[in-house]
Design a protein around this ligand. Structure first.
Ligand code: BV8
Ligand code: ZN
Length: 250
């Protein structure tokens, strides 16, 4: 396995950090074979932009088309497994005194890797939500062919994800914002920092006095805010970080 050199000082800073926040984007799921958000628009969907499918207006305009895209993504995710990056984050959560995992991903892979309490900032593919009355329900069957009717109000339900132009679920926003502002360290992993308000969390952490670590294949708009940069695939760099921490923790 290629060795990963961790930036000098990172391990000590992680060991001394009391409260650690992990903020993940689709780069964490890339090595499970889940296309990143933009990659998901290939093949059948190549002719669309995210905003043409991942919005309430798109669902109003053509519910079946939008539903089919989410059904395809549910199938893809149901067929893959968490990768070493997800498992390393679960291992770090178990080893560190106080952690919070905030994910922008909707694939549920962190939970399948053992991160039981992930804050799903953008919702979850395997749930449905009624935008008319707020009724929400799990939707385990990736093959459901059409949007189900809301059992409470009869309106058509859509995927339980946060579309562009929709508000972040209040509890997720509150937990993530408070966690970042109180953090001693925030690790931004596999996110391009393009989508707001998630992209503001590293700055919220810095304002609160936290150290910011970026784990990514390449630099992003968040790199300028980072005290440490770990470059490489998360499925390599995060297990290396977890193993190195194990070596120095009692
Ligand atoms: C809101 C769920 C207000 C859906 C997602 C102009 C016009 C209109 C709107 C806006 C505008 N400007 C700003 C906005 C706001 C908008 C926004 O940010 N737009 C962007 C595009 C400019 N935001 C919103 O609308 C948000 N809501 O603002 O509400 C409001 C307030 C009150 C009341 C009403 C309204 C809601 C945003 C949520 C959108 N939903 N997902 C679905 O999945 O279908 S976001 C979606 O895109 C993903 O969840 C992800 O978070 C995001 C980015 O996707 P990707 O590019 O795939 O992933 P990422 O960016 O994380 O990049 C991958 C990274 O990983 C890269 O850096 C890559 O280098 C790295 N990587 C790759 N492989 C690896 C790796 N790193 C390590 N290892 C590897 N192996
Ligand atoms: Zn309803």
């Amino acid at each position: 396995m290629a060795s990963t050199t961790l930036p000098a000082g990172l391990l000590d800073a992680l060991r001394q950090a009391g409260r650690v926040v992990f903020l993940t984007g689709s780069g964490v799921s890339a090595e499970s074979g889940v296309p990143t958000f933009r990659d998901a628009l290939t093949g059948l969907w190549a002719r669309f932009q995210p905003a043409e499918l991942a919005t309430p207006e798109a669902f109003q305009r053509d519910p079946q088309l939008v539903w089919d895209w989410y059904r395809e993504r549910r199938r893809q995710v149901a067929a893959v497994a968490p990768n070493p990056a997800h498992h390393a984050i679960a291992a770090l959560e178990a080893r560190l005194p106080e952690t919070l995992l905030v994910t922008q991903n909707v694939d549920g892979l962190h939970q399948r890797a053992g991160s039981a309490d992930a804050v799903e900032f953008h919702g979850n593919l395997f749930t449905n939500r009624c935008r008319a009355c707020g009724h929400a329900a799990p939707q385990a069957d990736p093959e459901l062919a059409a949007p189900p009717a809301c059992p409470d109000c009869g309106e058509r339900m859509g995927p339980g994800v946060v579309w562009f132009g929709e508000a972040i679920p209040a509890q997720a926003l509150e937990r993530a914002w408070r966690g970042a502002s109180e953090a001693d360290m925030l690790l931004a992993i596999g996110t391009s920092g393009l989508v707001t308000p998630a992209a503001a969390l590293p700055e919220v952490a810095r304002q609160g006095g936290a150290l910011v670590v970026e784990v990514n294949l390449q630099s992003t708009p968040l790199s300028a805010q980072a005290d440490f940069v770990v470059t490489g695939p998360a499925a390599l760099t995060l297990p290396a970080l977890a193993a190195a921490l194990d070596d120095i923790l009692p």
